[in-house]
Design a protein around this ligand. Structure first.
Ligand code: NI
Length: 435
């Protein structure tokens, strides 16, 4: 079983080099890409495969949304135009206290509908009721690194009775490596302002034993930064480094106020810097020092954050913002180039999440790919296709989405999810939650 896409333009990365291949053929075999090249005639290998004509289209690696809270689609447009602390503590936590597993299941399905249609093939999530998130993700066919957000500010020496950590361990044992390794599980101390230092250390030790990744919010607001200086005498990143958290492969979300020294620590420990420009702008948190992180050679990837602080899960928009806001804020049109933003949205995200065989259109890699219709007016003329994708593209240009060699979405039609049923259930669960 597989696909042959002919006459296609391919944009991909050969390690760090951008490659545009015209008139190419791309073949898949089961979950993987089996051929990328320019052969003209069928070979026996191609027989029995489904042919797709790629004329007038471009094939790109699927987007990796490296930091989100997918069930927060339920809270979209519920509490807008507030700073992070007011938004989170006065509004979001109150509704989240009422959430049930059923709510989270449908909220996840809604997020998956939105992400798939926009060409996102992989995401990294932090939330709770992870069993339901994993269930919905398994059904959808999307690739994911899931984690249960862990919060506990009680300072003690033994957390072996902590129900959250125990739940996270259960989730890890149940889901890590599931669906042919399409779903993996990380450990997620939520942030330094919701976790006692010894709690973070306990999570770190548990994750190390299990060989799991870490997903954490780092230095999102100036308040977090200054509170950390006051309370611990050091920055949030230095604090986490000293706890030993960064000894494990880590996804650090936001990093808005990290210093030069913090970035040196992140580089030393190979921590991935997840840029969430939409959320940071909307909550008035600031603009992360992405050009400096890139200069230091840190792996920078992109995330939408939750749909309550963005307010969508559209990676095209994040790529566009990442390419634009640093130019404006630094008065430097070279601050983040189109090519760099595109790389952050794809291969860097796959690297950050530890899906090392994803994020490129390359033989032996997972067939996580997106076909984009180039017949729309905003793609003409085609002086520079990568620029067109970073600066002109719209999520609605996505035509076909493949994950793990399967088509999940084609010309507006979902192959694995029931759109009508999901929207019906969103209205149903919101009736109870918000009344
Ligand atoms: Ni977040």
């Amino acid at each position: 079983m597989g696909y042959v896409i002919e006459n296609i333009t391919v944009i991909t990365w050969d390690n760090d080099e951008l490659k545009v291949i015209k008139n190419a053929t791309v073949e898949t075999e089961q979950s993987k890409i089996s051929y990328v090249g320019c052969k003209k005639n069928d070979t026996p290998k191609s027989s029995g495969k489904v042919k797709i004509d790629g004329m007038g289209k471009v094939l790109v690696p699927g987007f990796v949304n490296a930091h989100t809270h997918i069930p927060m689609t339920l809270l979209r447009s519920y509490a807008d135009d507030l700073d992070l602390h007011t938004w989170l503590f006065d509004h979001i936590f109150k509704i989240e206290d009422k959430l049930t597993d059923d709510d989270v299941y449908w909220g996840t399905q809604l997020g998956l509908l939105e992400m798939i249609a926009g060409g996102t093939t992989c995401f990294s999530d932090m939330y709770y009721f992870v069993d339901q998130i994993a269930d919905a993700t398994a059904q959808s066919g999307v690739r994911a690194l899931l984690s249960r957000g862990l919060t506990n500010d009680e300072d003690k020496d033994d957390y072996s009775d902590d129900y959250r950590i125990n739940e996270a361990i259960e989730t890890f044992n149940k889901w890590n490596g599931a669906e042919n390794n399409r779903i993996r599980v990380a450990f997620a101390p939520h942030a330094i302002y919701t976790c006692a230092p010894k709690y973070i250390r306990a999570i770190r030790d548990t994750a190390e034993k299990l060989g799991a990744y870490i997903h954490v919010h780092v230095d999102e607001t100036l308040k977090e930064h200054n509170d950390s200086l006051r309370q611990y005498g050091k920055t949030p990143a230095q604090h986490l480094y000293d706890i030993g958290l960064f000894d494990l492969p880590t996804i650090a979300a936001h990093c808005v106020h990290v210093t030069e020294q913090d970035m040196d620590l992140m580089k030393e420990k190979n921590v991935s810097f997840i840029h969430n420009p939409g959320s940071n702008l909307k909550l008035g948190s600031g603009i992360a020092p992405v050009p400096d992180a890139l200069r230091k050679g840190i792996n920078v990837a992109l995330g939408t954050d939750g749909a309550s602080s963005n307010n969508n899960l559209n990676m095209w928009e994040e790529m566009n913002l990442a390419a634009l806001i640093h130019k404006g804020s630094r008065l430097d049109p070279l601050a983040v180039r189109a090519e760099e933003a595109f790389k952050m949205a794809t291969v860097n995200g796959a690297k950050a999440l530890g899906f090392n065989n994803a994020g490129q259109i390359k033989e032996g890699f997972y067939a996580d790919m997106v076909l984009i219709d180039l017949s729309k007016p905003h793609y003409f003329p085609e002086h520079n296709l990568v620029s067109n994708l970073a600066y002109s593209a719209q999520a609605s240009d996505v035509e076909t989405v493949f994950v793990d060699g399967k088509i999940l979405y084609d010309k507006g039609e979902y192959k694995t999810l029931d759109r009508e049923k999901i929207l019906y259930n969103i209205n149903r669960v919101c009736q109870r939650l918000f009344n």
